[in-house]
Design a protein around this ligand. Structure first.
Ligand code: 2RA
Length: 329
């Protein structure tokens, strides 16, 4: 299968290539796509070198599927043109996520809604993906009323400029700033821009995307998203109120058998999920399970995942795997 990766030189695009190779996705020919300044450069994929092309040439190459991670404006302009040419687009930007005509997919939860007619498929925001993968099995059994979530997000979510800022600050070197403030030895309680309601775009993505993916407008979410000087992945503290009461043993059993979830919950031995352990893994790691003693039917949980993998590249490749498996590609 001919596969395009649009944004092939970015952190997520590079991870998409890595994951496609690792999972042995049936790529017969790769079409790496990047900005004009990168056209002609080469990327290596499974031991073979491929020349980077521009967007027009990528359409002309007629790949079966195009994984996009090139920003919202590029997706808004080009995804419809790829789709028009019969190419299925799986887009990692926020451009199409809340478009009612476009599916927003986490394969473990709602891939069943996909049809051959879906030519633009949205990949959810990384902080949403890991949360809903952990929440979904519990929602099915107990019905979620409300989630209060605080995130602790890796600089890799911003991109290479932020990684460089952190590394420079750590080495006492001045350099380009991805953030308004220093990030080393600091936390920044702002991810993306502020909206009229005082929340950031990142926070409202978690609110709105959760309801769409879980197909339940009754789930109430409030979020505080925070940038921290970490590389391996995003962490989240979630306080989850259910319709029904639960037992911790049952919650542990549900999570242990949930697709894409690894339970790491052994406080007697100081075992809990951490970004250093989630780095380069595709699962969502859950721990610190405990009853919220201040409110009935409410659970506290800690959720960690590699935001470049399950939070972006792996989820996109898993969507492509689902489509292939169902003969929709
Ligand atoms: C972030 N979730 O972490 C956003 C986009 N990757 O910056």
């Amino acid at each position: 299968m001919k596969v395009a990766v649009v944004g092939a030189t970015g952190l997520v695009g590079t991870k998409m290539l890595q994951v496609l190779a690792e999972r042995n996705f049936p790529v017969t020919e790769l079409v790496p796509v990047a900005s004009e300044r990168s056209v002609g450069k080469e990327v290596e994929f499974k031991g073979k070198k491929y020349k980077i092309v521009g967007l027009k040439d990528a359409i002309a190459a007629k790949p079966a599927v195009a994984l996009f991670s090139a920003g919202g404006s590029t997706s808004l302009e080009w995804a419809p043109q790829f789709a028009e040419a019969g190419i299925t687009v799986i887009d990692n930007s926020s451009a199409w996520r809340m478009d009612p005509s476009k599916p927003l997919i986490v394969p473990e939860i709602n891939a069943d809604i996909l049809t051959a007619g879906d030519k633009i498929i949205a990949n959810p925001n990384c902080s949403t993906i890991q949360m809903v993968v952990a929440l979904n099995p519990l929602h099915k059994k107990y019905g979620i009323k409300r989630v209060v979530v605080s995130t602790y997000q890796s600089v890799t979510g911003t991109g290479v400029k932020a990684v460089n800022q952190l590394m420079n600050e750590r080495q006492g070197v001045s350099g380009e700033m991805a953030y308004k403030y220093p990030i080393d030895l600091n936390v920044i309680p702002q991810i993306d821009v502020f909206l009229e309601n005082g929340y950031t775009k990142e926070e409202m993505k978690m609110v709105k995307e959760t309801m769409k993916i879980m197909r339940d407008e009754s789930i109430r979410v409030t979020a505080t998203t925070v940038r921290i000087p970490v590389m391996g992945g995003h962490s989240e503290s979630a306080n989850v109120e259910f319709e029904k009461d639960y037992t911790l043993d049952d919650v542990r059993s549900l999570l242990s058998s949930a697709p894409g979830v690894v339970l790491v919950d052994d406080i007697a031995n100081a075992q809990y999920p951490m970004p250093k352990d989630a780095h380069e893994r595709d699962e969502v790691f859950v721990g610190r399970l405990r009853r919220d003693e201040s409110q009935a039917n409410t659970l506290n949980m800690w959720i960690v995942s590699d935001n470049l993998r399950k939070g972006a590249a792996t989820n996109a490749v898993q969507i492509a795997e689902y489509l292939t498996g169902k003969g929709l590609l």
